[in-house]
Design a protein around this ligand. Structure first.
Ligand SMILES: [Zn+2]
Length: 273
């Protein structure tokens, strides 16, 4: 977990993004600390790596292995679950849209090397991606010719109420501020659109039993850890409503993942009167 490139100046202290308070210590994790907000229960890493150190990590070609996240002629065992998730999640989306996907606009935030985006395009979606790693953005543009923005959704001016589907697979735990992230999502999703995502959760069995040994803690990259409860709050803060959570590791959309969920959200209904 220690990286010789990190120095004291690579770290920053942060507060709960919802309540702005420091919170209390759950576990020490090397140079990192796992903190729980005493007010809302959100779990987060503080001190955490500063943006510049995290950026360096995502640009490293070893972080996203093309064999896993992209298209490779080499056979890779790791590609099997990636493909199971991608095809079954697309099937779920097709079901949500009642089969009507031709020309529908799909945005994937954190599209890595474009595996899911390319499959979505082949099924008839009009696809756009956003990716934080410039190495991956260049790769997609050159090899798949897809429309991908480089950077973070909070800093990209996208049209309001424009997307039928917005997906982010294992992304929300990595972002600088999940509140600002979801507000940007809420702004550009259509009134009747669907948000579909996956993320690890902190009240899962592996996380509860293994505590500081939980394999998904990864404090250098997972800055925020949600419980089902805090996820609900964070979505409603941004005028979004979680309408379904799939926890089962036997469901193909979440296959073999004992510590993660797939969630579906929509814009909250406006209260009349
Ligand atoms: Zn809080």
């Amino acid at each position: 977990m220690k990286n010789k490139e990190w120095t004291e100046v690579s770290f920053e202290e942060v507060n709960c993004f919802r309540c702005g308070i420091k919170g209390h210590l759950l576990y020490n994790q090397g140079p990192f600390r796992v903190i729980e907000c005493s007010q809302c229960g959100q779990v987060f890493i503080s001190p955490r790596l500063k943006e510049i150190a995290r950026k360096r990590m995502y640009e490293n070609s070893g972080y996203f292995d093309e064999g896993i996240y992209g298209f490779s002629k080499k056979f890779s065992l790791a590609l099997i679950p990636q493909k199971i998730w991608s095809y079954s999640r697309l099937n779920l989306i097709r079901h949500l849209l009642k089969g009507d996907i031709k020309g529908k606009k799909l945005l994937e935030i954190g599209c890595a090397y474009g595996l899911f985006l390319e499959i979505s395009r082949q099924k008839g979606f009009e696809v756009t991606g956003i990716e934080y790693s410039y190495t991956a953005v260049k790769w997609i543009r050159k090899n798949l010719g897809l429309n991908v923005y480089y950077g973070e959704i909070e800093k990209i001016r996208l049209q309001e109420n424009d997307y039928d589907i917005i997906c982010f697979w294992d992304v929300i735990e990595h972002v600088e501020d999940p509140g600002l992230f979801l507000k940007s999502v809420s702004r550009i999703i259509k009134e009747n659109g669907f948000i579909i995502f996956s993320c690890p959760y902190f009240n899962s069995l592996p996380a509860s039993i293994l505590k500081s040994k939980w394999w998904t803690l990864k404090p250098e990259q997972h800055l925020w850890h949600f419980t089902l409860n805090t996820l609900d709050m964070v979505f409603s803060d941004s005028k979004l409503q979680l309408i379904r959570v799939i926890k089962s590791p036997f469901s193909l959309v979440n296959f073999s993942r004992f510590d993660s969920i797939v969630g579906i959200a929509k814009k909250s209904k406006r209260i009349k009167g």
